[in-house]
Structure formats: C-alpha cells, structure tokens
Design a binder for this molecule. Structure first.
Ligand code: LMR
Length: 407
C-alpha cells in the first residue's frame, strides 16, 4: 500500500504539549506551555482596543478582495513607525521596506527564504538556546542553523562574553539572529552596553542582523523595546526585523506580523521587497486582510492606540507581578533552592532551570505542563495555582516534599 513506510512526524515541542494539556482530564492541570497571555481566569482575552477596532471595521469595510503580496499599505507604514521609530532616518530616506506576513513565523520564513534562495546564504547563527521553531524554519528554507553561546554554565544568566566570542568567529558578512527583547526561551536580555558592544562588532564584521521582535512592549515599553533596532540602523548594514502582533495585540490566531528590511539605499530596499513578494507568492500568495485591518486601525486611531498602549503596559506589569509571585512562593516553599535568577528575566517566559526528567515528572505526576527545555509561561501562573505549582516543583527537585497530596 502507498504510504506504508511513512513514520508519524514528531509532535511539536510547544504545540504538541499544549495538545496533551487539552486532552488531560485532571481539573487541577496547569498550562505553562505555549507563549500566549492568560488572564487571572486562564483565558486569553481579546484586547479592548482590538474589540473596538473590530466593531468599527464591521461598519466600514466594503470588500474582502485580495491584498497585494506585500499586504496592506497603512498596516506596513504603521509597522515601520513602530519598529524603527516614527522619526527614523531610514524611513525618511526610504531605505527600508515592510511586507505584511503571517505572524512573526511568516516573517522569519520569508527572511530565511530571501537569505537562502535570493542571497545564497548557507548558514544563519542563532543563540543557544533559542525558540525551537527557528531551527525548523531555517532548515525548511535551506539554511543550516548554527548556534552561538548565550547562557552561562549554570543556565542562570547571560554569558555575553562567550556570545561575543562566538560571533567574532563567524565569517564576515554572515547572517545572525538576535531576539530584540524578552528572549525566548530564557527571558535573559542584553543590557544597553551589551547592545552597544554588539553593534560595534556587527559593523566591524559587516554582519547581517535578523531581529526576532515578537514581544515589543513586554520588556520595558513599546518605545523603549525598539531602541536596539534604532541603534543598529546607524551601522548602515542590512537588518531584517521580524515583528508580530500575536502577543502585544493578542492577535495570535489572526496571523499578523511583518518583515521590515533596512538597507543603505532606496533601490536596494525595493529589490529586496520584490524578492520577499516572490517568496510570499510561491508560499501562500497573499497575507490576511482582517487582522491587518484591525492592527492598522488600532495603531492609526489616536483613541484606540492610547487604549492599546495602556493595555500592553498593564499586561507587562501583570507579568512582572506574576514573576514576583512565583519567586516569592518558591522561596517560601523550597528555601533550599535558589530561584533568584527568575527575577532578572523579562517577558512572558522564565527559564526555570528544571531538567527534562523533572519537567516530565511535573507533567506525569501533577498534570503541570511546561516545555522540556525548562521554559515556563509566566502567564500560566496564578494566585490560585501557584501554591500547587511550587510544591510540585519542590517535589520534583527532591526537596521539602509537601505533606498533603498534590497529584
Ligand atoms: C511560543 O514560543 O510558545 C510561541 O511563540 C508560540 C509558538 O508559535 O511557538
């Protein structure tokens, strides 16, 4: 028979666990897997600004016609302003171009297609660890992903000098990917002096920087989180900025993101855009209209934008509070364990330092689902589950086994 020899593909290391979580009948199960924001009820809400935009759109939209391959013009302009800064020199000189994509993943895939197929790159360097899907996306486009060091030996902080040491060794003109803010999976970010040092290295070695910018606003603020990009724009070297409105506008399932290229001349920006359009056309043809209209309306209407900014700020503050809640609860439940490093992480994730067998035990004994690499989604921590979570963590770490049964 046909297909007899085809083995099932492995489950995705993030969404596969989420599927397992959804099938788990335990009423006390805890979901710390996929990077989606959850409110205090464990629900992923529609933001007020987006909901209002949706209502306006219903009254004003007149067509569901195709968008062009590069997407909605006003959406792309809004992205350029957001990621580069509205007064950016590269916007004024037209040496940047933005193409609407299917989420941040789509932006990464088109960037990888461009590097591999249009610019004949064979390799791309990425932090170790990184978002697991980076590897799949790069390989699917024909690039070999190559790691650079990122974490210290204990996995409890950034090892910037090793990162720089590795990037100094990569061939001049190579492409490397860096997380602009809220590093996924670790939550450890570069400091301002680190970025300045990295920008110097990039200029010296003439590297192509690919920014994964999926968490704008969840680090320090919408504006502040974009400043490494403005800094790198000064180098006059090519940049690719892959941004997404999944997290900061809650538009996960609407699949809206963008790929912005920055080069040193208007004609080059147009050429790169033409190649991105070609790769989009051969993949999914045209991006989605609905989500882009929503994001463009939120960003382009003063009242909705103000609401959105305050919603992003509230989300960031709540994530910080949940991080603190987790840290304090762990300190109380298992004072023998040092989880102080959790406080220096930012964004939606915490790299817990738990090992794969410990994560497996959490899942099998307690129905607590986190990624095998130890990443937990901070938004899944709640005042009503943090005690159970911490006592389970203490148990799998072999300390202070709680007296009452949790399983
Ligand atoms: C995550 O890292 O969990 C999110 O970015 C969702 C995804 O696509 O993996």
């Amino acid at each position: 028979m046909m297909f007899d020899k085809l083995e099932p593909a492995p489950a995705d290391s993030i969404f596969g666990l989420n599927e397992q979580f959804l099938r788990d009948p335990n009423p006390d199960k805890i979901n710390l897997t996929v990077g989606v924001y959850q409110d205090e009820h464990g629900h992923t809400p529609i933001m007020r600004s987006v909901h209002a935009a949706e209502q306006r759109l219903l009254k004003t939209e007149t067509t569901k016609d195709y968008l062009s391959m590069d997407g909605l013009a006003e959406y792309n302009r809004a992205i350029a302003d957001l990621v580069l800064g509205a007064n950016s020199r590269v916007i004024k000189s037209r040496s940047s171009a933005t193409l609407q994509t299917l989420g941040g993943t789509g932006a990464l895939r088109l960037t990888a297609d461009l590097l591999a197929k249009s610019l004949n790159h064979s390799n791309i360097w990425h932090s170790n660890p990184t978002w697991p899907n980076h590897l799949g996306i790069f390989r699917a486009a024909g690039l070999n992903p190559q790691p650079y060091r990122y974490l210290d030996a204990q996995g409890k902080g950034l090892d910037f000098s090793s990162m720089m040491g590795d990037l100094q060794q990569i061939p001049e003109g190579s492409a490397f990917l860096v997380h602009a803010v809220c590093h996924n999976p670790t939550g450890f970010d570069l400091s301002r002096p680190h970025w300045e040092e990295l920008a110097e290295l990039v200029a010296k070695r003439r590297l192509i920087t690919v920014f994964d910018f999926a968490y704008q606003g969840l680090g320090e603020s919408i504006e502040h989180d974009a400043w490494p990009i403005a800094l790198f724009c000064e180098s006059n070297l090519p940049l690719f900025i892959c941004n997404s409105f999944s997290k900061n506008m809650g538009l996960y399932g609407e699949r809206v993101g963008g790929c912005t290229v920055v080069v040193d001349a208007e004609s080059k920006a147009a050429t790169l855009l033409s190649h991105l359009k070609l790769h989009a056309r051969c993949s999914y043809s045209n991006p989605v209209r609905h989500g882009a209209q929503l994001a463009a309306m939120v960003l382009g209407s003063a009242d909705l934008r103000a609401t959105w900014v305050s919603e992003v700020n509230a989300m960031r503050v709540r994530l910080e509070q949940l991080r603190e809640l987790l840290f304090e609860a762990l300190r109380e439940t298992a004072p023998q364990l040092d989880f102080g490093f959790v406080q220096s992480q930012r964004g939606m994730f915490s790299y817990s330092g738990l090992t794969a067998p410990q994560i497996q035990k959490l899942r099998e004994k307690y129905s607590i689902y986190a990624l095998t690499n130890g990443r937990i989604n901070i938004a899944g921590v709640r005042p009503d589950n943090v005690d159970r979570l911490c006592r389970a963590i203490a148990d799998v770490c072999g300390v202070n086994a709680p007296s009452r049964s949790l399983a």
